[in-house]
Design a protein around this ligand. Structure first.
Ligand SMILES: Nc1nc2c(ncn2[C@@H]2O[C@H](COP(=O)(O)OP(=O)(O)OP(=O)(O)O)[C@@H](O)[C@H]2O)c(=O)[nH]1
Length: 387
């Protein structure tokens, strides 16, 4: 049984009937409440059948890739409130492939104005000249409305390509896309390229990098993780959003896909086991509390160690088995790390509430005293040292 098969399962205080925000089948961006307006927005665009809806369903709705074969074509803008992470609350707008920017009803100011990132999906298994033409048109239109948009190009469906062709496609698409933008006088606009497929972890890793760019607290989170691993003998640490398996932060050491995949698999194992053994009885609400942890020892002397940070986030660490002898120190350092994360989260909420109340009452609310430097103090306070 897996979490995907039995949504009645849940892990710890992870919500039982977990779901994402309401789908709005209309394209009217004006009816979003103020509360939602400040949420970062990710737009999923690209030609028909490029894979936009599949990506959204597989990453944020736990759909298995094979089920996407039966997805119906998107004919209206589908907005999806992603509230699954305490840090990143954002909206994903899935656009129909045939969207016409020059249609009078296309409100580019509303759509691109509040956009944090624009993900353009290109089907690498198909001839992508039309996709490149649409990409240039999309970036030109969006950049003119909002120059702060992060432009991400997913070279998608690469599962059907051999490694040589994958690299050749990425090189060709990168070259032609940047050349097209230069011709349009937008040579300064940066595009990020990712090779993705819903049939492996690449789509999760790519979306992790997109979401991280929407988290203003990212440097603080990375600093906290660096302090934790350097004082605990940990080789690599990921701060995971458990439900989507997106890592919202990692330490500064390079990320290799194999480590990331190991940690994703560990989360699946922990969720499945918690669903089977974590509930004492049906009335049990939490299968997984803040004391819970999970330890997997691999036969190559590596240890995977998972600890819950809050009801959405979990820390997954990779370390040598000999370094795990000092588990007491690691657990103490983890508690300092978790306290610091909580402070960063509380600060984020205070700032966001101040923004929201300023928007409704019109009078600026004072930002809480010391709020400006709290994140630094949070990471300083987490300075822990091996006794
Ligand atoms: N091989 C492969 N097929 C994929 C991948 N992602 C999506 N697909 C398939 O591509 C087809 C189209 O996927 P959709 O998600 O409906 O594409 P879309 O861009 O939302 O299409 P519209 O709604 O028409 O705009 C489906 O049959 C998916 O199963 C992938 O990574 N690899």
């Amino acid at each position: 049984m897996s979490y995907q098969d039995d949504p009645s399962c849940y892990v710890g205080s992870f919500p039982k009937d977990f779901s994402y925000g309401p789908f709005e089948q209309n394209g009217d961006g004006d009816n979003t409440s103020l509360q939602e307006d400040h949420k970062p927005r990710i737009l999923l665009m690209g030609l028909r059948r490029s894979g936009k809806s599949s990506i959204q369903k597989v990453v944020f709705h736990k759909m298995s890739p094979n089920e996407t074969l039966f997805l119906e074509s998107t004919n209206k803008i589908v907005k999806d409130d992603i509230n699954n992470s305490s840090f990143v609350q954002f909206q994903i707008w899935d656009f129909p492939g045939q969207i016409d920017f020059f249609d009078a009803t296309f409100d580019s100011d509303t759509i691109f104005g509040g956009c944090g990132a624009l993900v353009f999906v290109i089907d690498a298994q198909d001839d992508y000249q039309d996709a490149l033409d649409k990409l240039q048109l999309t970036v030109t239109k969006a950049y003119r409305v909002n120059s702060n948009i992060k432009f991400e190009v997913f070279i998608h469906k690469v599962d059907g390509l051999n490694d040589d062709y994958k690299m050749e496609s990425q090189r060709d698409i990168h070259h032609r896309a940047t050349e097209d933008l230069a011709e349009a006088g937008l040579e300064h606009v940066h595009l990020s390229f990712h090779l993705t497929s819903i049939y492996d972890h690449s789509i999760f890793e790519a979306f992790s990098k997109v979401v991280q760019k929407l988290i203003p607290q990212l440097p603080t989170l990375e600093n906290l993780l660096n302090i934790l691993i350097s004082n605990s003998g940990i080789e690599k640490a990921f701060l995971f959003d458990v439900v989507s398996k997106i890592y919202i932060a990692t330490d500064s050491s390079p990320v290799d896909m194999q480590s990331y995949e190991l940690c994703c698999d560990m989360i699946d194992v922990v969720i499945d086991i918690s669903c089977i053994y974590g509930m004492v009885d049906e009335t049990e609400v939490n299968t997984f509390n803040s004391q819970s942890s999970s330890l997997i020892k691999l036969n190559n002397g590596t240890v995977l160690y998972l600890r819950e940070v809050n009801k959405f986030l979990a820390l997954v660490c990779i370390l040598r088995e000999e370094n795990f002898q000092k588990q007491g120190v690691i657990d103490y350092n983890f508690l300092c790390f978790r306290d610091a994360i909580t402070q960063v989260f509380e600060l984020r909420n205070k700032c966001q509430n101040a923004i929201t109340s300023r928007g409704t009452s019109g009078t600026p609310e004072p930002i809480p005293n010391g709020a400006a430097d709290s994140t630094e103090s949070a990471s300083d306070r987490s300075q822990t040292h091996l006794p």
